[in-house]
Design a protein around this ligand. Structure first.
Ligand code: ADP
Ligand code: MG
Length: 272
């Protein structure tokens, strides 16, 4: 049996240099997210809060990353920076190889529309609109034609198991169903990354597990996901866990041991 996946990487690989890196970015093989010394300060009265403090890391295409840490450690601030809802006080951020740290509000909004899907703990659906209309909305903003919109609404709701609820308004849906509508809405424009801030925080265990299963399925189909969670059982489904504290990344663990196995998209585990 050959357990080794090839020899060690050549020591001089890094010297292959910047040209290779740029080539990789152009071909879409570079990191989808690259943060370099990113800091976000807030000024509250006289004092300064380092909500995100000199954070650097890459996320490759197709990764499923969980961002964990105590309340106030900077998770939401970091996710909002990654999602171009906010810009760093200092440092550089490349999304799909494109520097976004200095873009104007308008350009940032355009990047968000093309590349980013967001889901939140409180769903943020439009209350007076049906599930179908909520899912359609981002396509209206993106100028997708009505016929294609209808087709994509139907398949997006189908994909989250909510085709029969298309004409229900949010107040006629359970929390888990609302979050599934939010997932359909966040993915209908085919973003490069899906960002989720405590998406199971308002849900019971079973509805939360359904959401995690959906996220795993989307990830298995190639979508890059960054998920903020308090819940270790949720974080265990990610392929990588970043632990935050006081605005810094304390730990970056690849392939953390799975608590629950057998979920779709989970890597097969050999029993000893
Ligand atoms: P988490 O999501 O991990 O709970 P946050 O990113 O929300 O943490 O907050 C990180 C730190 O930044 C906290 O100390 C918080 O009080 C502060 N903070 C967040 N947003 C603001 C804001 N808009 N103005 C001032 N301070 C903020
Ligand atoms: Mg938060």
């Amino acid at each position: 049996m050959n357990g080794a996946g090839g020899g060690p990487a050549p020591a001089g690989r890094r010297a292959a240099g910047r040209a290779t890196e740029l080539e990789a970015e152009r071909s879409g093989a570079g990191p989808v997210i690259r943060l370099e010394h990113v800091t976000r300060l807030y000024h509250v009265g006289e004092s300064e809060v380092r909500a995100v403090d000199d954070v650097s890391f890459d996320v490759a295409h197709g990764e499923f990353v969980a961002l964990m840490g105590p309340s106030g450690s900077g998770k939401s601030t970091l996710l909002n920076l990654i999602g171009c809802l906010d810009t760093p006080t200092s440092g550089a951020y490349r999304l799909d190889g494109e520097p976004v740290q200095d873009l104007s509000e308008d350009r940032l909004a355009a990047v968000r529309q093309r590349k980013i899907g967001f889901i939140f703990q409180a769903y943020h659906l439009v209350g007076r609109m049906t599930a179908a209309r909520n899912v359609e909305l981002p396509m209206i903003f993106a100028g997708v034609d009505p016929r294609e919109r209808r087709e994509r609404v139907a398949s997006a709701l189908q994909a989250v198991g909510l085709a029969p609820r298309a004409r229900h308004r949010p107040d006629q849906l359970s929390g888990g169903e609302r979050q599934r509508v939010a997932i359909a809405r966040a993915t209908v424009n085919r973003p490069s990354i899906l960002l989720a801030d405590e998406p199971t925080g308002n849900l019971d265990t079973r509805a939360g597990a359904e959401i995690v299963t959906l996220l795993e399925r989307l990830n298995a189909a190639g979508l890059t996901i960054v998920l903020v969670t308090h819940d270790p059982a949720v974080g265990a489904h990610a392929g990588r866990i970043l632990q935050m504290r006081d605005g810094r990344i304390l730990d970056d663990a690849q392939d953390p041991p799975a608590i629950a196995s057998g979920a779709p998209g989970a890597p097969a585990v050999e029993t000893p």
